[in-house]
Write a protein that binds this ligand. Structure first.
Ligand code: BV8
Ligand code: ZN
Length: 250
């Protein structure tokens, strides 16, 4: 892919980079996205599964759906797009990766400076006493487990629709969007708020906003550059344009 001279210049001079990723960056690992033809919402209704009331109404159904997604995630690996962001983190002085994904693939690829806005499917907690549940052999469970301390229902540690994002996580993400000079928005339909507000926050303070997506989104008309294609192909080429900054060579 050829990049414009403006984009190249921005990549070479960027001092502070903020990246927002969505389900699209994991698509090439084999993880289904939410919207689009093969999306999860085509088969399942988010209202029935990704919200607290659905969980209280039918905890075993919701738990089974997350167990299915967790099992699928255990069978896949990070892809070239995830690894390109690990390399980018090594090359720039200030770097924050903000992900909407709950699939843990960025962490498995080796990303360090990262914010999980919507939680992580590998973690669970008790809705009554809040106890974090680690030791459960979750994959063998088909029913929503009960807390060993108080008997309360155990839920996945993900942010459902209608729930607040973790305060510290979102404020870190906002800070990064406010102070970056380059914002990369990768593999997201940019429709779920407040995560989708971050590229606009960056744009409004003068950052150069680049979108990488297989198709155009609501953000495409506002981004300075919209690169159409697969994240796993574009990102390695994009990252190779960043020169190592002193004090950051591995
Ligand atoms: C909140 C986690 C404050 C769990 C998810 C009414 C009542 C309450 C709230 C609202 C309301 N109306 C609107 C809202 C706000 C709501 C919202 O934004 N709704 C939208 C849909 C209109 N937001 C919330 O509820 C948030 N909380 O607002 O709290 C509040 C509280 C009470 C009352 C009012 C307000 C919570 C949002 C978090 C919800 N949790 N999931 C789980 O994963 O199971 S959302 C879900 O969507 C995922 O987390 C996902 O991360 C997120 C965004 O989706 P994407 O990642 O963008 O994925 P998508 O499939 O959409 O797109 C993939 C893209 O990749 C596509 O563009 C595709 O072209 C591209 N692509 C595909 N392959 C590739 C690729 N790109 C590059 N390369 C490829 N190879
Ligand atoms: Zn408990």
């Amino acid at each position: 892919m050829t990049f414009s001279d403006t984009l190249r210049a921005r990549l070479e001079t960027a001092q502070s980079v903020c990246v927002l990723t969505g389900a699209g960056i994991s698509a090439e690992s084999g993880v289904p996205t939410f919207r689009g033809e093969e999306g999860l919402w085509k088969k399942f209704r988010p209202e029935e599964l990704a919200n607290f009331h659905a969980f209280i109404r039918n905890p075993d159904l919701v738990w089974e759906w997350y167990a299915y997604r967790r099992k699928l995630i255990h069978e896949v690996k990070p892809n070239a797009g995830h690894y390109a962001l690990v390399e980018l983190e090594r090359r720039v002085k200030e770097f924050t990766l903000v992900t909407q994904n709950v699939d843990n693939l960025h962490r498995r690829a080796g990303s360090k400076s990262m914010v999980e806005l919507h939680g992580n499917i590998e973690r669970s907690y008790c809705i009554d006493c809040g106890a974090i549940v680690e030791e459960l052999d979750i994959d063998s469970l088909t029913k929503a487990p009960r807390c060993v301390h108080c008997g309360g229902l155990v839920r996945p540690d993900v942010v459902w629709f209608g729930e607040m994002l973790p305060r510290e996580a979102f404020s870190r993400a906002e800070q990064a969007a406010r102070h970056c000079d380059l914002f990369l928005c990768i593999g997201t339909s940019a429709v779920v708020y407040p995560a989708a507000s971050l590229p606009y926050t960056a744009f409004d303070q003068g950052a150069f906003v680049v979108e990488i997506n297989r198709e155009r989104t609501e953000l495409s008309t506002r981004a300075h550059e919209s690169l159409l294609g697969a994240a796993g192909e574009i990102l390695p080429q994009l990252v190779s344009c960043f020169s190592h900054q002193e004090g950051n060579t591995p």
